[in-house]
Design a binder for this molecule. Structure first.
Ligand code: ADP
Ligand code: MG
Length: 270
């Protein structure tokens, strides 16, 4: 279970460029829940995932994952509990290393270093069968450098690595956004399968309303560093793409009104 309470994060604090990226965000996610995170550009979706993963320490608030208070822990100390896949296929793997070597690293994530490269034979066999299950022919290319693979193949492997140790939490940040539609579809299908098979608690940021409708059991929508909508259960199941689009429009319209008001207010002082 993930419990986020009153989380705040701002960037460039105290300067003219100050951004309040997270403003009093509270979110509770039950075990095995699959949450799709939607929101306008710059609404704080990636910041929320980064805050949980420990890319930085939040300004205020608490993050508790499976009973462990991780709020102030450095990123590497959270890694054993959290798997993540980013938008960019170039992050998350070591491009100069082979598929086997990358998987070996993933299998040891969060464990003490100095164990060498050797993995038990059973683990190697299991890894290979999972790679085979990706249906990309990669099991024949275990010694190929990851950097030589296509974006889709890399994302599929990164997903495998991120979920391999059945983390307490899986964080996906627009992990199919950089892929062509066919490949994106395959990686989404794979995501669905892995999350369901392993019953992983998952937060998936996506800009695709269709994905949000099709996947998971909950949708949250962020705007200006806050969670504006939160749908689960029947409400989520009934949600259709046009419903989500109109909520988006509403948020954008409010933005325009705010911007218009600000302009008028500043004009008064001219
Ligand atoms: N490392 C950073 N330094 C400065 N500003 C940042 C940083 N990361 C995010 N921001 C700002 O915080 C806001 C939220 O960003 P982000 O969480 O990336 O939005 P999105 O919802 O598009 O993922 C944006 O205004 C963004 O410019
Ligand atoms: Mg983002």
């Amino acid at each position: 279970m993930l419990e986020i309470s009153n989380l705040y994060k701002s960037f460039n604090t105290g300067t003219i460029n100050e951004v309040n990226a997270l403003q009093d965000v509270s979110l509770s996610v039950g075990d095995g829940s699959f949450v799709c995170v939607l929101g306008t550009n710059g609404s704080g979706k990636s910041t929320l995932l980064n805050a949980i993963a420990g890319t930085f320490i939040s300004d205020a608030g608490t993050i508790i994952l499976n009973g462990r208070n991780i709020t102030r822990l450095p990123e590497h100390k959270r890694a054993c509990q959290i798997g993540r896949v980013f938008q960019n296929p170039f992050s998350g793997t070591a491009p100069g290393m082979s598929i086997s070597e990358n998987l070996a690293l993933a299998a040891k994530r969060g464990k003490k270093r100095g164990l060498g490269w050797g993995l038990p034979v059973s683990v190697v066999r299991d890894l290979k069968s999972r790679v085979k299950a990706l249906n990309m022919g990669l099991e024949e290319r275990m010694n190929t450098q990851i950097g030589k693979l296509s974006g889709g193949q890399r994302q599929a492997l990164t997903l495998l690595m991120a979920s391999w140790l059945k983390p307490d939490l899986l964080l996906l940040d627009e992990h199919t956004a950089a892929l062509d539609p066919t490949t994106a579809g395959k990686v989404i299908e794979m995501t669905k399968q892995i999350v369901t098979d392993y019953k992983l608690t998952t937060l998936m940021v996506t800009h695709s309303m269709q994905q949000a409708v099709n996947l998971g059991n909950r949708i949250i929508m962020m705007h200006q560093g806050k969670i504006k909508y939160d749908f689960s259960g029947e409400e989520k199941n009934k949600m259709k793409v046009p419903d989500l689009l109109s909520l988006f429009d509403e948020l954008r319209r409010k933005d325009q009104i705010d911007a218009g008001e600000a302009l008028l207010l500043s004009a008064k002082h001219v």
